[in-house]
Design a protein around this ligand. Structure first.
Ligand code: ADP
Ligand code: ZN
Length: 729
């Protein structure tokens, strides 16, 4: 009886069938890697299952077994299968993210078969046979010996010799220089002030720890206002999990921006931490991976991809700032780390804790449905007050001292500077201004490849596209009307920095956005300077709103809140509420109370009013009704299909055709479109989208799959399918 197996391959979609030759015949477990012939190459594949009957008439043999033990425990394998299935992706590429990034050395050796060893009449192959009798040889070695290809193939055909494959990994150099090094020094300083949990932190930690004892899946949402000390709760829970001999995982939206958190964990858990982030070399990453695999590291801390590390016997998984957009990966492998974390916790019988001051609507909706248990930290530690927020009406132009700097804001800054306190100014656009505009005819320079206006960068004196990176020298004359009154429209971080420097010439001003801090080092330096009080005014984008704990900051200014609402996205208000709460939450985290000024053109706007009152639940209750009316997540499931091609007519025709097939296959799913995607032109491609809304993702996915199968004449149109996407571009 032939032994048939189904495998998947990292580079290719689909499952493939092979047979397992007797000499390899070890029992295989799911996720084990094997070497298989694929086309004219040899590929590494993952064993999925044994099968009774292959779907091809003649199967090829598996060439070699790579792992003695699968790199995937049964729970982990289940988790990866879920990932692939839920996001409608091929299993092969998904499994490969669960392995270390090592390059294999694949070699084949010639062996003498038992038949060859006993044969009398070997003829031309005699010298080869006697060489192989001593030891198996590489093909190159045979060439050197002068064995002709003819002899080789004759010997093979007669069954005297056979080729056997071997896969080896290049030796991993010894331990990578600690990825944790940058945090060790910082840890010394936090060590001195390790706090004792206050009663509200203690009761949250107790409740989670009780669930941890039961060793079954239990999801929690930890809703704690900014500065309520969520981190200390995480520490307490992780300590309990480790004491139980179980593993723990902490996901952070970003590591470079929040080094203090890692330092705080290092101070307590030291070398049992394995750190994963995008700045690691393959070497350091693999080192961390194997430490987790060998169980010498039991606490994984990292960004979204840390989910794929091989932690065993997981007790708790924590997703800090769970509302953050960076948990969604929407290119190559699509997944949302928050959702995936819950599935991993369920597969492992672990506790899941999602923490935020501004929970995502998805998570809060799950609380309302009774799926997650809610834990609240309604006040800041040490009874520190939340910042007092003032709204300033930008429509009163007489109050403007400089563009977007009202006298109210300027006074407040002056005041804080005199007291030696730090200030954060937030504007959610980088660059000098979102655009240049012709003062005569209104012409806006657009990207040649994307349907967006070019951002004006004064520092580098160029116009740049924030999507594709296209750059040009700004025109001095309008290309349309030849007018010479070209001027900046709207404002960005660079302009704010410039104005701040003219208004407060003696203040130490720094800017933090993606242009200013290209490398991790630059970010760290800025954050250290800020923590050390060497910066008076920090100007920045969302980057400065994230989880920082700078006790010296007592004033936060939001230059124009309206910019956060101006996105064509049903989540625009949710995001605006989040960013305003988070950025104003940076004020008054030390002993002195904080204050925030939000400038806006629409002080009556309900969402801005809600941010002013800092009442998340009130905001949620009102906004969720609009989601219900508009039939949007979290009440429904969305599938976004984006089609693209360089030829616009072609993409329109094909989008219509696919839409038709979906409609024909559909029961109870609403279909919107095809319509031009918000970025109708991106990097030279025309983009059209179809949006599906429905109750059950599974049914919707099946419908899409059915339609895709029928849609045979797509003519090079590229399609992306996004499940519950976070961004519409
Ligand atoms: P959050 O993440 O909820 O915004 P953090 O965890 O950053 O808040 O904590 C805010 C600050 O309060 C930190 O400086 C932290 O060291 C401090 N802190 C946390 N818990 C306590 C406590 N029980 N007593 C005193 N200070 C605390
Ligand atoms: Zn562009």
């Amino acid at each position: 009886m032939m032994h048939f197996v189904e495998v998947v391959i990292p580079e290719v979609a689909g499952a493939f069938h092979y047979h397992l030759p007797d000499h390899l015949g070890a029992p295989l477990t799911p996720g084990m890697r094997v070497l298989v012939p694929f086309g004219r190459r040899q590929c590494i594949a993952f064993f999925v299952r044994n099968i009774a009957r292959p779907d091809v008439a003649i199967t090829k043999p598996v060439l070699s077994l790579i792992d003695e033990v699968s790199l995937f425990t049964p729970e982990r394998f289940t988790f990866f299968v879920w990932l692939a299935d839920y996001y409608g992706q091929a299993l092969g590429p998904v499994l490969s993210v669960g392995c270390p990034h090592q390059k294999p050395v694949v070699r084949s050796f010639y062996h003498l078969t038992p038949l060859g060893a006993e044969a009398d009449h070997i003829g031309a192959g005699l010298s080869l046979a006697s060489a192989l009798r001593k030891k198996p040889l590489l093909k190159q070695a045979l060439k050197k010996m002068g064995v002709s290809p003819r002899t080789l193939s004759a010997m093979r055909q007669q069954g005297f010799i056979e080729e056997r494959w071997e896969v080896k990994w290049r030796k991993q150099r010894k331990p990578a220089p600690g990825a944790l090094l940058p945090y060790i020094k910082m840890a010394e300083s936090v060590q001195k002030k390790i706090p004792v949990l206050n009663p509200q932190q203690q009761s949250a930690a107790d409740e989670i720890n009780q669930a941890l004892k039961l060793q079954t899946f239990a999801p929690f949402l930890l809703h704690g206002v900014t500065g309520s000390g969520k981190t200390e709760v995480y520490l307490a829970v992780i300590a309990s999990a480790l004491e139980q001999g179980r593993g723990a995982m902490l996901l952070l939206p970003e590591i470079a921006l929040t080094p203090q958190i890692v330092a705080r964990f290092y101070a307590q858990f030291r070398d049992t931490i394995a750190l994963f982030h995008s700045g690691l070399s393959d070497w350091a990453r693999n080192d961390a991976w194997w430490r987790v695999h060998a169980r010498s590291a039991r606490l994984v801390i990292g960004v979204r991809s840390a989910l794929f590390s091989p932690i065993s016997n997981l007790g708790v998984i924590i997703v800090d700032e769970e509302h953050e957009g960076s948990y969604a990966q929407e290119e190559r492998l699509y997944y949302h780390a928050r959702d995936a974390a819950l599935v991993l916790a369920r597969a492992s019988g672990a506790v899941a804790v999602l923490g935020s001051a501004t929970p995502s609507f998805e998570s809060f909706h799950n609380v309302k449905k009774g799926k997650y248990r809610l834990l609240s930290l309604p006040t800041r530690v040490d009874a520190r007050p939340l910042p007092k927020i003032h709204l300033v009406d930008l429509r009163k132009k007489e109050d403007w001292v400089q563009p977007y700097f009202t006298c109210h804001l300027v006074e407040a800054i002056k005041n804080r500077l005199e007291l030696g306190k730090q200030i954060i100014l937030f504007i959610n656009r980088r660059g000098f201004s979102p655009s240049l505009v012709c003062g005569d005819c209104g012409y806006l320079p657009l990207c040649v490849q994307c349907s967006v206006s070019l951002t004006y960068h004064r520092r580098g004196t160029y116009l740049g596209c924030h999507y594709c990176g296209f750059q040009v020298v700004p025109p001095t004359q309008c290309p349309k009307c030849s007018g010479i009154r070209l001027m900046p429209l709207g404002l960005g971080t660079e302009q704010v920095e410039e104005v701040v420097k003219t208004l407060f010439p003696t203040a130490r001003v720094a800017r933090m956005d993606r242009d200013a801090v290209q490398g991790t080092d630059k970010q760290q330096t800025l954050l250290m300077q800020m923590a050390a009080g060497e910066i008076d005014i920090l100007v920045g984008t969302q980057m400065i709103a994230k989880g920082h704990d700078f006790p010296g900051v007592t004033l936060v200014g939001v230059l124009c809140a309206d910019l956060s609402l101006a996105f064509p996205d049903f989540r625009a208000s949710e995001r605006m509420f989040q960013v305003l709460t988070q950025v104003t939450g940076r004020a008054g985290r030390g002993e002195e109370p904080g204050e925030a000024i939000i400038q806006t053109f629409q002080p009556q706007n309900e969402n801005i009013q809600a941010a002013l009152r800092q009442n998340y639940v009130e905001f949620y209750e009102r906004e969720i009704k609009l989601r219900e009316e508009g039939r949007y997540p979290p009440l429904l499931q969305l599938i976004l299909i984006v089609l693209r091609h360089q030829n616009e007519d072609l993409v329109i025709t094909q989008a219509k055709r696919l839409g038709l097939y979906i409609k024909e296959a559909m029961k109870g799913i609403a279909l919107l479109g095809p319509v031009p995607a918000p970025l109708t032109r991106l990097r030279g491609f025309y983009r059209y989208q179809i949006l599906l809304k429905g109750q059950t993702r599974r049914v919707m996915m099946a419908t899409v799959a059915q339609a895709m199968k029928r849609w045979t004449e797509r003519r090079g149109v590229v399609v992306e399918v996004h499940i519950n996407p976070q961004n519409f571009v």
